[in-house]
Design a protein around this ligand. Structure first.
Ligand code: CO
Length: 421
């Protein structure tokens, strides 16, 4: 049901909301939360959430740690956006504005002339304790107005945006003191302004996800890269009715992919590795069993793939023109910007063939720099075999992206089959 994806995207404007909403879906499906600071108990269905990341685990009824296999799907919860600075309030010629920093490789122009809400997390003090609050306002609050063409006659020859000065949203008139944003947060989460210590706050486009096209063959939404993969990974895990003996299915959703994954909750950190080892140990296995399990295991790194753009078809390799609604894409790069090797490509093709889900093969133009994803990072970190896959989409890293309306269902089916393989 694509409406489930729309609900997930629209209610997950920040990575913290994405991990929280994934946790809610997992809890409803019978998964128990494990605390990272408590010992791992060997529940068949469990998840560990930390910040904007979450690792969810569904284990077979019967597991011998000497023969354990992990089938892992990795994805990322973060998307490029505008992040509110620590001292954000500023005034300019009678407007109140909020200072922002660009997070990740955003298409800057896509943030112009959009009605933006705010979300993230706030830390407050309660006595001697720090309390974290998720917050989200879907009120139209901010806007980065584009300069009128009459004041920039050459703009259509090439728009240039300065990251420091041209993307500062306006959100009021008159002079604010230095407490405008703090005061807004205090009212929103109903605390005293002086109790607010810090925040991770960001802007989001308020347009709801929607089907699109003459026959609704497309969908349009924010954060398709990579909430579509996160949703498919969790949905497939929740829908699993059984797993083959010795199989442990894992969905690992990481924050910070768009900025290189180097953080305590990013794919380059120890989060997944620690969870996998703790699972083996909790089942009575040894560290040696853990390493042997990794050698038998697979990871599918699921992230957006570039569909061929009709107005720029020459930007794509002529033999690897990826179509929308034509099934999951296997991403291959000789320079290992994608982790897929021949064996991994074969593995995923076999899985999809068995359930009649078509697959496509992507290779970037040889004269263009290729993007990357958590696949090579996970392979490097765990020494595990990784296949980079994903659904085709257009407008990657725009504030508003689009995809094919059949692809989310095809991705969920392929991930379900992968978990069970
Ligand atoms: Co991505």
């Amino acid at each position: 049901m694509i409406n489930n994806l729309f609900n997930f995207i629209d209610s997950s404007p920040s990575p913290f909301h994405a991990s929280e909403n994934a946790a809610t879906s997992l809890s409803i499906a019978g998964f128990d939360e494990v605390s990272s600071s408590a010992s791992w108990n060997s529940n068949q269905k469990s998840f560990l959430k930390t910040g904007g990341s979450i690792v969810a685990v569904s284990a077979a009824d019967k597991i011998d740690p000497k023969h354990l296999i992990f089938n892992i799907v990795g994805a990322h919860t973060d998307s490029p956006n505008l992040r509110i600075k620590p001292i954000p309030d500023r005034n300019s010629v009678g407007y109140q504005q909020l200072g922002v920093e660009i997070y990740g490789g955003a298409l800057l122009n896509s943030w112009l002339d959009r009605d933006l809400g705010l979300s993230g997390q706030v830390c407050t003090k309660e006595g001697q304790v720090i309390k974290k609050h998720l917050f989200r306002s879907d009120q139209p609050l901010l806007r980065v107005p584009q300069l009128a063409i009459h004041l920039d006659r050459n703009v259509n020859e090439g728009l240039t945006l300065d990251r420091q000065s041209h993307l500062t949203p306006i959100w009021g008139l008159g002079d604010s003191d230095n407490h405008g944003f703090r005061n807004f947060l205090a009212n929103l989460i109903e605390v005293e302004e002086t109790d607010i210590l810090s925040w991770d706050a960001m802007a989001h486009d308020l347009t709801p996800s929607t089907l699109l096209g003459k026959n609704q063959e497309f969908y349009s939404a924010s954060r398709i890269d990579n909430l579509a993969s996160c949703h498919a990974a969790v949905e497939a895990l929740c829908l699993l009715d059984s797993l083959p003996e010795n199989t442990v299915a894992v969905a690992a959703l990481f924050d910070h992919e768009e900025v290189g994954s180097n953080s305590n909750t990013g794919a380059a950190g120890p989060l997944l590795e620690n969870c996998l080892e703790r699972i083996v140990l909790s089942l009575g296995g040894s560290r040696d069993d853990f390493f042997a399990a990794l050698a038998r295991s697979w990871c599918l790194s699921a992230d957006g793939a570039h569909a061929v753009h009709p107005n720029y078809a020459e930007r794509h390799d002529s033999s690897h023109k990826i179509e929308l609604n034509a099934g999951p894409v296997i991403k291959i790069n000789a320079n290992v910007r994608y982790a897929t090797q021949a064996e991994g490509s074969a593995h995923f093709q076999m899985i999809c063939d068995a359930i009649n889900v078509p697959t496509q093969l992507y290779s970037h133009r040889s004269d263009l720099a290729c993007g990357s994803t958590i696949g090579p990072i996970t392979a490097t970190r765990l020494g595990i075999r990784v296949v980079d896959v994903g659904s085709a989409q257009l407008s990657m890293h725009s504030a508003r992206e689009m995809g094919g309306s059949k692809d989310p269902g095809l991705l969920t089916r392929s991930l379900t089959a992968f978990y069970q393989y």
